[in-house]
Ligand binder design. Sequence first.
Ligand code: ADP
Length: 449
Amino acid sequence: MAAPIQKVLIANRGEIALRVQRACREMGIPTVAVHSTADAEAMHVRLADESVCIGPPAARDSYLNAAAILSAAIVTGADAIHPGYGFLSENAAFADMVEAHGLTFIGPSPDHIRMMGDKIAAKAAMASLGVPLVPGSEGEVATLEQARAVCAAIGYPVLVKAAAGGGGRGMKVARDADGLEEAWRVARAEARAAFGNEAVYMEKYLDRPRHIELQVMADAYGHVVHFGERDCSLQRRHQKLLEEAGSPALDATQRARLGTTVTGALRQLGYRNAGTLEFLYQDGQFAFIEMNTRLQVEHPVTEMVCDADLVREQIRVASGEALGYTQSDIVMRGHAIECRITAEDPDSFMPTPGLVSVYHPPGGPGVRVDSALYAGYRVPPFYDSLVAKLIVHAPTRAEAIARLRRSLDEFAVLGIKTTLPLHQRIVEDAQFQAGDYDIHWLERFVAAQ
Ligand code: ADP
């Protein structure tokens, strides 16, 4: 039986380490920060109750170094580990190790992490629980003959995807029979290189879907609720840039229908803690693509519209507490939008690590900035380029856009280039303002600049 958590080690860096620290502090739980030698001056270390250096700059030697992180937890007397997102957050072997050492992993069970980490297994599980899928192969496509047979059944274009995929890697489109062999071979090679697992599967490549995902939370007693959807259709290279809650394309009836299907499935599965089911939505139909068994980058838009603290809920559930509320207690109010601001050139998308000379985040009503930046901080070249999330909340989508526009205008990050100017251009676009976009829209928008 889980016991109340006394001290949390946060196995992450940057804004998400701060986000978890903030929830713990409000709950009166001390935290331990871990950091690489490159992050000794980082904000998550400066604000921590305690910190432990876990290795050199390269992530594989520090933030992915399970043994060093576990040792840090044991030495500091932490009894739980929050993995944040990325790094070890969806590593079932790490969650196993944490539990084997008598510590609490703040997340789902290792078995559910393992199941959803294999996208073929995840799709099979969801299909058996009545969740609709994108048409595609029954499972792995191990030979070119099988690939041809799938295409004969579902028609072109098709998408070849890595079973172990993540971050948009190992994904290749075949528009016709001539392109199939190359797509299949390249996707397998990329999957082997990136994930050490060459298994691929295939899906119909949808031409104008939206990416709509549902945030769920479950306790250990069979209570499962959802916190509504996020629309994450604005993507570049299958990576999200801007997210909204709710989706401009959904109404309350469609949301409730999706929510009932998803929470029912997760209840049957015995799922626990936070999770997100991702769907493509086209012509009024939802089709499941994958489940993320962790907190997501874009969780703040949900927190704003639902007036919730999802990290707090994760910690409560991991402590063995019951949710203590039901679906009807969760109400979405107004509209929220998040911009992911990265240390990248807004035109070429080349990373721009370096010294931040001026940092002035926006403020005022309905504005939240999750960032670990400060003036004088040097953005290291070793990690993800996300440096700030600007989240706005307002009664209507139009008001949220107005708030976003003025917040972007106030936001000053000098010394390095960031993607702030790109977000300023997106917000001015009439089609974006009308909510009239699909997952391919942003690539076209960027190409036209
Ligand atoms: P990853 O885990 O690498 O992020 P996903 O399966 O979540 O991969 O897909 C990432 C993105 O790729 C989706 O949000 C969507 O934009 C696009 N995508 C995935 N599957 C399809 C599909 N069948 N048709 C069209 N686009 C797709």
